[in-house]
Ligand binder design. Structure first.
Ligand code: ADP
Ligand code: MG
Length: 711
């Protein structure tokens, strides 16, 4: 085995808890707990030369030490060397410290000197008492990320012990990584934890140091291996082979008022081929807002029906699910396919009836929210699950879907079958992410919009010019077009779980309060706009409306009886009303990049030229300005996603920051693309030619957590 699986036997529960906070659960994790930075304690600086700007080490004799009470209780200790005097000041201290720092004692203090009230001072320096002429350390001192109650010295001791006790042999065969000119694993670990005399702190901290690169390659390889193994496991599972191309999908294509774009055809061909296999498909269908993923999903659902099995279509919000239901009804009902609607807000009686149809097999295609996969719902024989806007589902749900897959209904399960899965996303996943966190999925890309789409003109307008905007709304609606008025987000405090919005300023409140404020805001805005435009029908939709009320408003808007729709971000995903050609987003500076792009994608779907107005409140913060600039300058979903990733970092971007799912710790996907590509190429060779090495590498790096390195 590589490394001891557990902590040393004498580790106390309280120490264990502190280590766990740092993600350290087994002794080997200590080996992988790398320094944040290094301090140079190999040299002494004369007190007179200690200046603001850089931490230094000084040594002197304690001349005086006292507890002062003004401006607050503190320990003040004056030390002296031949060149001058320095005060060490501690606002938090133990009695034992005060006792030890008595006149005559020699101390070495490490910190940044500042001009202070009493003269030069160091506030909370690290210090130790030393014997006269005690030798200086010969190498840099590592500084580790730590947590309250766990001192650097204690952590250093534990790490030194781990380095001595854990097995640090190579897990990668030499010939595999020969070409990279990187140090051996043990040497890389050693270089980082135990710098040698003469090593330069800047080089070691800079993550381009060969030792760092070795660690990054190791980590990325572990991720690639786990993804590939996961991918392989799926090929060992069986799914119903949906190979028969019947009359239904052909009939749908014939009945559509448009032809599939080349990109849609390509995506459908890839899906079609996967569905025909006797192994579960896990495919991500990616395509920008408005690229036409729904019709591809409908074709896939019909393929399942043609092969005598059911299909389920699941969407993250009621509005979106409802819209799919309408679209699917329009397309599939004429073909005689029995469709069933299921959602959490349905009346009990309807729900029971829907569940019964799903269980008996009367239902061929079920459409709904995640209620489709809650207790009490059992499919008769499920061939395919379609998950729209999969990134909008919670991390837990996403992981569960990807890890466990889904039974193929009562009949299928009896035969040990899994259903195929088609996931759809309008948030394009940047290349580096799809190569890493999503590497276990197959991806189809719709990289072309249907013909005749006109780009949406985006305008940035400061809130004080709101009157001009109102005039525009009046004009557009007067001319028979329709408009959305999107109300601002209220920022939730950081402990609220919902990711995906990265508002810049404004109030930070709890989720419940944010929802209440949001609701009040949308009600006020609606009242104001209704008063402003007595000649228009102004509708209102928000998350608190009952499902059927929401559906009724959306249906009125789709039918054109509502001209101006005041909405919260419930309309963000998937809503499709081609006659709506104007969108106003209030307090656009509070929205995340992906959100703005998604919202803007609600217009530009019809024949009219479309405009999206981003109303913003001055002054703009730096990131808010950066976000608005990106949305203003580009309509390309991929570019926007890439910028979003850069601005927010992968944890936020993927919405897993608070989920506890471990992300890559050492590698940086943007900066280390070369290593990411290398790992991607090496992983299959390792698995094929050196399976035992691969196993050991995974054990060392993931230790049973392999399921978590994806999102
Ligand atoms: P999204 O990929 O964002 O889910 P939709 O599937 O909602 O996009 O499609 C957006 C609109 O484009 C819908 O009105 C749909 O009917 C229409 N559409 C889809 N494919 C085509 C096509 N090939 N030609 C013309 N219109 C299309
Ligand atoms: Mg859609």
């Amino acid at each position: 085995m590589t490394g001891k699986p557990e902590m040393p036997a004498k580790t106390t529960p309280s120490l264990k808890a502190k280590l766990a906070k740092l993600g350290i659960r087994r002794q080997f994790d200590l080996v992988l707990h790398l320094p944040l930075r290094y301090e140079d304690e190999t040299r002494l600086t004369a007190i007179a030369d200690a200046r603001e700007g850089a931490p230094v080490q000084v040594e002197g004799t304690v001349m005086e030490s006292r507890i002062a009470y003004r401006p607050r209780r503190q320990l003040v200790c004056r030390i002296e060397d031949e060149s001058g005097t320095l005060y060490m000041r501690f606002l938090n201290f133990y009695g034992s410290q005060a006792k030890a720092l008595v006149p005559g004692v020699r101390v070495r203090a490490f910190g940044e000197a500042r001009p202070g009230f009493f003269g030069a001072e160091m506030v909370h320096p690290r210090y130790r008492t030393v014997a006269a002429d005690a030798p200086l350390p010969e190498a840099l001192t590592p500084v580790y990320p730590t947590t309250a109650g766990l001192a650097q010295t204690a952590l250093r001791r534990l790490i030194a012990q781990a380095l001595a006790e854990c097995e640090l042999d190579e897990t990668l065969p030499a010939d595999l990584i020969e070409g990279f000119a990187l140090p051996a694993f043990r040497d890389a670990i050693d270089a980082l934890h135990r710098p040698r005399p003469g090593d330069d702190a800047r080089a070691l901290t800079g993550r381009s140091h060969p030792a760092w690169r070795r660690m990054k390659l190791e980590e990325l390889l572990a991720q690639q291996l786990s993804m590939r193994l996961h991918y392989r496991e799926r090929k060992n599972e069986t799914a119903p082979a949906l190979a028969k191309a019947g009359a239904l999908s052909a009939a749908l294509l014939k009945q559509l008022p448009f032809r599939l774009t080349r990109a849609q055809q390509r995506a459908w061909a890839e899906i079609e081929q996967d569905l025909a296999q006797a192994h579960p498909m896990h495919r991500l269908l990616q395509g920008d807002v408005g690229s036409g993923k729904t019709v591809v999903a409908a074709l896939a659902a019909l393929r399942s029906v043609e092969n005598g099995m059911q299909a389920a279509v699941m969407a993250p919000t009621e509005i979106l699910a409802e819209q799919h239901y309408r679209k699917f009804s329009e397309w599939l009902t004429p073909l005689g396919v029995h469709l069933t609607w299921l959602s959490g807000s349905q009346k009990k009686k309807e729900r029971t009836a829907a569940a019964a149809d799903i269980a008996s097999g009367a239902t061929r295609v079920a459409v709904g929210t995640h209620a489709l996969f809650q207790e009490g719902i059992a499919f008769e024989s499920l061939g395919l699950v379609i998950v729209d806007e999969q990134h909008r589902f919670g991390v837990e749900q996403r992981l569960a879907l990807r890890a466990k897959g889904m039974g193929a209904g009562a009949a299928g399960a009896a035969a040990g079958l899994e259903a195929h899965q088609l996931m759809m996303s309008a948030t394009p996943i940047p290349r580096t992410l799809s190569m890493s966190y999503y590497a276990d999925l197959d991806v189809s890309l719709i990289d072309e919009l249907p013909p005749g789409r006109k780009p949406v003109t985006t305008k940035l307008i400061a809130a004080e010019r709101r009157d001009e905007v109102l005039a525009r709304v009046r004009e557009a609606c007067g001319a028979g077009r329709q408009a959305y008025w999107v109300c601002p987000l209220i920022e939730e405090s950081a402990d609220a779980e919902e990711a995906g919005s990265a508002p810049s300023r404004g109030r930070k409140v709890g989720r419940r309060q944010a929802e209440a404020l949001q609701l009040q805001n949308v009600l006020d805005t609606h009242a104001r706009l209704a008063a402003e435009f007595p000649e228009l029908r102004v509708g209102l939709v928000h998350g608190r409306l009952a499902g059927e009320d929401k559906a009724a408003v959306m249906a009125d808007f789709a039918a054109g009886t509502i001209q101006l729709l005041v909405a919260t971000t419930v309309i963000e995903v998937g809503v499709d009303v081609p006659n709506a050609s104007l969108m106003i987003i209030e307090h656009a500076e509070r929205f995340g990049l992906a959100q703005l792009h998604q919202l803007r994608g609600r217009v530009g779907r019809g024949v009219d030229d479309s405009v999206c107005i981003l109303l913003y409140q001055k002054p703009l913060g730096e990131t808010a300005r950066a976000r608005l600039k990106v949305v203003y300058e580009t309509g390309d979903g991929f570019e926007i996603a890439r910028q979003d990733l850069l601005l927010r970092g992968p944890g936020e971007y993927l919405g897993v920051r608070q989920s506890g799912a471990p992300l890559l710790r050492f590698a940086d996907l943007e900066l280390d693309v070369d290593l990411l590509e290398a790992a991607r190429d090496l992983a299959p060779q390792l698995l094929r030619n050196h399976p035992e090495h691969a196993r050991r590498h995974l054990a060392r790096w993931l230790a049973g957590k392999s399921e978590l390195m994806k999102v």
